[in-house]
Design a protein around this ligand. Structure first.
Ligand SMILES: [Zn+2]
Length: 442
């Protein structure tokens, strides 16, 4: 295995000199693909591994941008699909880009919109019964009158979940939108398949995603030259291939070797639907194939046990809506697992949610107060719970980074997970990152 020959400290800097983006590996985890490093962007450095909070519509729901900075986040990730529909990518372009628009001074990401186009297209979930274990069909992406996200070799036509208007994303359009949005790290437009597609469909889809990746590189190169007055934007290729080892490895090799008219990917997104039990194996396959001098982002993963698995197997950055989405339902993280503040036992807990937590919420408020706010349906309940959850997950990945650097990652992993999941009923769900219904509530 490639990683066994590279234990200890290494410094590798991306060879690209025409841009201001780079990745340098620092310390490698003994006996695994995990590593620490630094991603340098025009808006600052991200020490990795790192968890990146999601501000889907250029806002982490219910929380001020300044609070996201204060709780320790190094970057934020917004969604190209949502911002394209509302307020429009041109508005963010005029504002000077995503960071300036939302008053976030640090590094920013946007995902390509491919996942949302396919999963939020009205009618999509009517066609596919994701709760049926035996469901195996390609109908979900085959032409179908009821379904309003339609994939062809050129792109995807979809219906807005906001007003039902029709839109079309192609690799070129996604690149145009993401250049206007102006994030430091952007993603190639890909077809996100589900675990329910057949093997033959996955093969066909993977080739489509490869051809789209080439088109993204060409258009990205053209836009980078045309918009040279703007800060450099790094483009990450997205790796699909579902649960198949040969397809995943092929995706990683193909996309890391692409060079279109002098433009190649600056990093990689590990994408697609991922079965929880195979998460580490799949991330490992990809990271074994990928070049070590480029960063890897694991898309849409944020449960504590999944984050450990992702870090151990070589992912550098992570994003997920889970910490904020769960916070809004009064579910908060503690070192002893996830708890629900709506539970009556918190009505008189006049101490913080978690004694060990150093977040703004825990420094200033008690669990009893938050429990009251949730019962009374006060808006600030979500705000305070989100600050705590984002701080918890960002801090957890920060600690993984420090533990790799001092050689204590495995001990930390055992201690943390042993305590967090001590109540086995809390051990995670059967699958992570399946296609989920749209986040309709704003
Ligand atoms: Zn806290």
């Amino acid at each position: 295995m490639r990683h066994n020959g590279h234990k200890g400290r290494v410094e590798r800097v991306s060879a690209r000199s025409e841009n201001t983006f780079s990745y340098a590996e620092k310390v490698q985890l003994d006996g695994a693909l995990g590593r620490t490093g630094r991603i340098t962007t025009p808006h600052g450095v991200i020490a990795t591994p790192a968890f990146i909070p999601v501000g889907t519509k250029a806002s982490v729901k219910g929380v001020l941008t300044e609070s996201i900075q204060e709780l320790g986040a190094q970057a934020v990730l917004a969604n190209a699909y949502h911002l394209y529909l509302q307020p429009g990518a041109d508005v963010l372009d005029e504002a000077g880009g995503l960071g300036r628009f939302m008053n976030w001074p640090g590094p920013t990401f946007t995902d390509s919109g491919g996942f949302q186009v396919l999963s939020l297209g009205v009618g999509f979930k009517k066609v596919i019964a994701m709760d049926t274990e035996t469901f195996r069909s390609d109908e979900v992406i085959a032409p179908n009158k009821e379904r309003l996200a339609h994939v062809d070799d050129d792109g995807v036509t979809f219906k807005s979940h906001l007003d039902g208007s029709m839109h079309r994303f192609t690799p070129e359009i996604s690149m145009g939108v993401q250049h206007q949005l102006g994030a430091d790290i952007i993603f190639a437009f890909d077809e996100c398949t589900t675990l329910h597609n057949t093997r033959s469909y996955q093969e066909k889809s993977l080739e489509r995603t490869r051809l789209w990746a080439k088109r993204c590189l060409v258009e990205h190169g053209r836009l980078t030259a045309e918009r040279s007055h703007r800060p450099y934007q790094a483009l990450f290729g997205v790796l699909q291939g579902a649960q198949y080892e040969d397809l995943r490895r092929k995706a990683a090799r193909d996309l890391s070797q692409l060079n279109e008219e002098g433009t190649s990917f600056d990093g990689f997104g590990l994408g697609g639907a991922l079965d929880k039990e195979k998460l580490g194996t799949i991330v490992g396959w990809l990271c074994e194939e990928l070049p070590r001098d480029k960063p890897r982002h694991l898309l849409g993963i944020g449960e504590p046990d999944d984050l450990f698995v992702g870090v151990e197997n070589g992912a550098d950055t992570f994003d997920c809506v889970a910490p904020s989405r769960q916070a809004r339902t009064s579910a908060v993280f503690t070192k002893d697992g996830r708890v629900n503040l709506s539970n009556s036992k918190y009505r008189r807990q006049f101490s913080p949610i978690d004694d060990a937590c150093t977040c703004y919420t825990c420094k200033n408020y008690t669990a009893a107060y938050l429990s009251h706010l949730f019962r009374a349906k006060e808006m600030v309940a979500s705000t305070l719970a989100t600050i705590h959850n984002e701080h918890f997950i960002v801090g957890l990945v920060d600690r993984m980074r420090k533990m790799i650097e001092i050689g204590q990652f495995y001990e930390f992993k055992e201690d943390f997970l042993g305590r967090f999941y001590a109540d086995s009923t809390r051990v995670g769900s059967s699958a992570v990152k399946e296609i989920k219904p749209p986040e309709m509530s704003a």
